[in-house]
Design a protein around this ligand. Structure first.
Ligand code: NAD
Length: 390
């Protein structure tokens, strides 16, 4: 059996009503924290006020900034890191979806390290993260079931100047505390439930078809796929169904733990550049590329891809294993169509003359994901996958 290491050093509070337990932990984080969130949803739903109140009850001061945009930018991170230093904050809270959680992580990194966030992105002077001193403690309160950021060591930041959208990763970016309370997700509108739910599916799928999968990540990934297939459709029909929301939230947590120990592959690797150049909803960039990616790579591991075809519900009766593996892209597309996630990269704003840049960006900024795909890929392969997805 394959050897592997495993560690998710985050205290996870999972379940309905778990937000209330925040007050039991905040006091241990320090005296003053910066909470970052998006422009309106957390205020409108009353969740922001609840968190501020819980802060007061635990005797900590919480400074609030509601300026996180979807796909957070380097400019925002650099600006907020100055504020954190000036205010002498002891910890960060990211409240919302992946964007506020990732922003909190990146700000916490800059709070005690030199430079601007671009220095830590690919091509920057600290890109190897070798001399990182640590980060301020991060509390992640997720309100979407999508990115898994609440249990990962990754932060995804869009470089405003280059339009690149790389992920950075470091052990110090694991949140110390994560709250996954499905009650906070009931207000997520249908189109965001879809794009985030699709992201969960891709995290799990990609963790299963990467070279660094382990028995443990396979277990997480396969359970997460099953939970999404069984529950996401019902949540899309009725967003107030808390039991089903909980199951998709659990799939999200499992898939996040799977990618942190294994990895995503070229689907995320090629999806990020689309997000960087078009600001598209993250999950839909994967939906647009998934079939073409599987069609291109299925012969990299016939066993794993044929398993995926069957798990996605395709009947392989009468087919050889190789024929079954070759159907993985079609099986995935059927699932996406059933959820209403039929999308092309043209729909997301990609034009044919952007493709070469996107393909090069994928290898420059997401090279780690490109490298662990089960079939070796080069820039020409990426170009052909993008072209098939137009
Ligand atoms: P998001 O955080 O950008 O939020 C999308 C929209 O949903 C926002 O307008 C927000 O206001 C709204 N929203 C969030 N919660 C809501 C709620 N409870 N009710 C109503 N509206 C709500 O979306 P996301 O998909 O969660 O995160 C995407 C970001 O996460 C991207 O930048 C992506 O690259 C990144 N990401 C990070 C990781 C990681 O491991 N760090 C993994 C995957 C993706």
């Amino acid at each position: 059996m394959k050897n592997f290491d495993f560690s998710v050093p985050t205290k996870v509070l999972f379940g309905e009503g778990k937000l209330n337990e925040l007050k039991d932990y905040l006091g241990n984080m320090g005296k003053k924290g910066l909470l970052v969130t998006g422009k309106s949803s957390m205020r409108k739903t009353g969740v922001l006020d609840r968190v501020i109140k819980l802060g007061k009850e635990s005797g900590v001061e919480i400074i609030v900034n509601e300026g996180v945009e979807p796909n957070p930018t380097s400019d925002y991170i650099n600006h907020m890191s100055k504020l954190v230093r000036k205010e002498g904050c002891d910890f960060l809270i990211g409240l919302g979806g992946g964007s506020p959680m990732d922003a909190a992580k990146a700000i916490s990194l800059l709070a005690i390290n030199d430079g601007v966030i671009e220095d830590y992105l690919p091509g920057g002077k600290y890109e190897d993260m070798a001399n990182v001193l640590g980060a301020l403690p991060i509390v992640a309160i997720t309100t979407t079931a999508g990115t898994g950021s609440e249990v990962t060591m990754f932060s995804v930041i869009t470089n405003k100047k280059t339009k690149e959208k790389p992920g950075i990763g470091h052990q110090c970016l694991f949140p110390v505390l994560s709250i996954i309370d499905p009650e906070l997700m009931v207000s997520v509108p249908k189109h965001i439930t879809l794009s985030t739910g699709v992201d969960v599916l891709f995290h799990a799928l990609e963790a299963y078809i990467c070279t660094v999968a382990t028995p443990l990540t396979d277990m997480y990934a396969l359970e997460a796929i099953k939970l999404v297939l069984e529950n996401l459709g019902d949540v899309l029909e009725d967003g107030s169904n808390l039991e089903k929301r909980s199951k998709v939230a659990w799939a999200n947590t499992l898939a996040g733990m799977a990618i942190v120990q294994a990895s995503t592959v070229g689907i995320h690797g090629m999806g990020h550049p689309i997000g960087g150049h078009t600001n598209s909803p993250h999950g839909m960039t994967m939906a647009a590329l998934g079939k073409a990616f599987l069609d291109k790579t299925y012969d990299g591991d016939i066993d794993r891809y044929s398993n995926i075809t069957k798990i996605l519900g395709y009947d392989c009766e009468g087919l050889s294993k190789k024929e079954c593996a070759a159907k993985s892209g079609e099986a995935l597309q059927r699932v996406l169509d059933r959820f209403g996630a039929h999308v092309t990269i043209s729909d997301l704003g990609v034009k044919e003359d952007m493709i070469e840049t996107l393909a090069k960006d994928a290898f420059k900024t997401m090279g780690g994901c490109m490298a662990v795909s089960l079939k070796e890929l080069d820039v020409e392969d990426a170009i052909s996958i993008y072209k098939s997805s137009l």
